[in-house]
Design a protein around this ligand. Structure first.
Ligand code: URA
Length: 236
């Protein structure tokens, strides 16, 4: 048995303080009954609703944000027995990654066992901005940026660049570091894009996915998404 405000906060719905306000305002129901007393204890099976919307009906769904290391496969299983992103997360749930990052690409990837959520995020009409940092061989010049902004055609489709910023040019090593945001999810798209400009990608990392960033997660670390974050994706 746990205190109701703690359960609500642990579900990621809101802070404990705000949960208390919701309870005293009479907006919280436990098993269909309004509960206004702070400190009411509830058991793990209790159905909790806020403004008549159940907030724990999907407790068996899990959502993770992982900072994928290099040398890990973005799938649930690998025929060759290589380490997968799923192997890095301690859970019994049958989770899988949403979209993919290449074996040698690092960074932000979401995993879940919620098929609706995965379909929602992968749907082409749902143009989620994804931000990558690429280290490329060669020095990026203004002509490259102009071409990228105009839209380079890859396999009969233009790649729309939402934002691009050159972070560093290393003339000694002949490399450039560039941050680029796109909304599509075709495989190897960033490598193909810079490949068209004869700027081969040496290193690639995804640092942003929609409103999510890597925050302080180190390589191989992960955290759960809160219900609030999951809901936010539906409201975009
Ligand atoms: N583009 C790529 O080329 N590789 C990735 O892993 C992701 C986007």
């Amino acid at each position: 048995m746990e205190r109701l405000q703690k359960v609500i906060a642990n579900l990621g719905y809101t802070s404990r303080r705000k949960a208390e306000d919701l309870i005293t305002a009479g907006r919280v129901k436990v098993n269909g009954e309004v509960v206004t007393e702070l400190g009411t204890k509830v058991d793990g099976d209790a159905l909790i609703a806020i403004d008549d919307v159940l907030i724990n009906k999907n407790v068996n769904y899990e959502y993770y944000l992982l900072n994928k290391p290099r040398g890990v496969i973005s799938s649930a299983h690998d025929e060759e027995g290589r380490r997968t992103v799923v192997d890095l997360i301690k859970t019994e749930a049958r989770i899988y990654p949403i979209g993919r990052l290449d074996y040698n690409t690092t960074g932000l990837i979401i995993l879940t066992n919620d098929g609706d959520f995965a379909n929602h995020l992968m749907h082409p009409s749902f143009e989620i901005p994804k931000t990558y940092v690429a280290k490329v061989e060669g020095i990026i010049i203004p002509e490259h940026l102009t071409k990228l902004k105009q839209g380079i055609v890859i396999e009969n489709r233009k790649v729309e660049i939402k934002r691009i910023k050159v972070k560093r040019k290393d003339y000694e090593k002949n490399t450039s570091l560039v941050e680029v945001t796109i909304v599509e999810g075709r495989n190897h798209i960033i490598k193909k894009l810079f490949g068209e400009l004869k700027l081969p990608v040496i290193k690639l990392s995804r640092i942003g996915y929609g409103f999510l960033t890597l925050d302080n997660l180190k390589s191989g670390e992960y955290r759960s998404l809160s219900i609030k974050e999951v809901k936010k994706f539906y409201s975009l």
